[in-house]
Design a protein around this ligand. Sequence first.
Ligand code: E4P
Length: 218
Amino acid sequence: MQFFLDTANLREIETGLGWGMVDGVTTNPTLIAKEGKSYLPTVAEIARLVPGPVSGEVLATDLAGMLDEGRRLAGLAPNVVVKVPLTPVGLSAVRSFAAEKIRCNVTLCFSAAQALLAAKAGAAYVSPFVGRLDDVGESGMRLIGEIVEIYGNYPFDTQVLVASVRHPMHVVEAAALGADVATIPFKVLEQLYRHPLTDAGVERFLADWAATGRRFED
Ligand code: E4P
């Protein structure tokens, strides 16, 4: 399973890369706005920093605008993946991008039917938003299971990229279901490492050895 960082914060990306746990990055307009930076230059900067796929989202909602912005995003670096919303216009854009060998991440997917359309359009990734589904009383993980099952029935190349991750169990359950990628906020990546018994265990080992009064070399 690949881990992407769901952020536009360069410090978080550098830290995650340093931990050896970041295979790629996803951004969206909200995340870039939160950093208070300009749009295209931020995607370009992230793409320089990260060896793996970096998703940058189109802002336009019409076909010509999406195609123009998508081409400009893809032109920034070979690892940029164009993020397109799951709308009829968005999927038309994905078809054109696929013909131009521009990889797309179809975002804002909330149903198995939509995921099927994204795969048929030729998306490299589909992003089902598990947290936002949970928020409205639906099951994000049930959707991941459905999409993994449906994609398994056909030779689609589309990868299931679990998005809107809110806590470590989203990542663990998505892995159990066979999702290809989870895009993870930095806070959740940190939480994945933590277990109170690990901390207590380290403390106990050190205290027991310190009580002997001897050194590492002894
Ligand atoms: C990533 O591709 C999505 O844009 C992101 O995971 C959405 O997360 P949110 O629901 O926490 O805004």
